[in-house]
Design a protein. Structure first.
Length: 139
């Protein structure tokens, strides 16, 4: 009995992944962590409403075989640069730390072409920093 976790299941990539996983027999449980109420009725789905700012309160629920992280934002949607950094770097790395501590076997993360932790482009820097972190924790 395999379990998957999806962060970002309501976005473009995450919703398509969710649909694929629900049709596939590989996973018997798919946990989706969402910020807002969603209307998904499927016996394989476990919906967990959570608050990004209280992530540690949910750490005991971040247990699975595989974790998929597809949360992202844009600078236009998130004008505060600290909030932008939190969503683009801190959130995925904090979730990856928790997943690693909970013995999650894999962590799939959507990045971008041209990432570079040393660039001045904040989008590519955040993605590059996140990739470097994921490598350090062996994901």
């Amino acid at each position: 009995m395999k379990t998957a976790i999806i962060f970002g299941s309501t976005g473009l990539i995450g919703s398509n992944l969710l649909n694929l996983l629900l049709k596939d027999e590989y996973y018997s449980v798919v946990k989706i962590f969402v910020r807002y109420k969603v209307d998904i009725i499927d016996p394989k789905v476990e919906i967990i409403n959570f608050d990004f700012n209280k992530l540690n309160e949910y750490s005991h629920l971040i247990k699975s075989d595989d974790c998929y992280f597809y949360i992202s934002t844009t600078k236009k949607q998130t004008l505060n640069k600290f909030e932008y950094r939190n969503i683009e770097y801190k959130l995925p790395t904090d979730i990856a730390k928790i997943a690693k501590n909970n013995n999650v076997k894999s962590f799939t993360y959507v990045s971008s072409l041209g990432v570079n932790p040393n660039t001045k482009n904040i989008y590519l820097k955040n993605k590059g920093d996140t990739e470097e972190f994921l490598k350090k924790v062996n994901f």
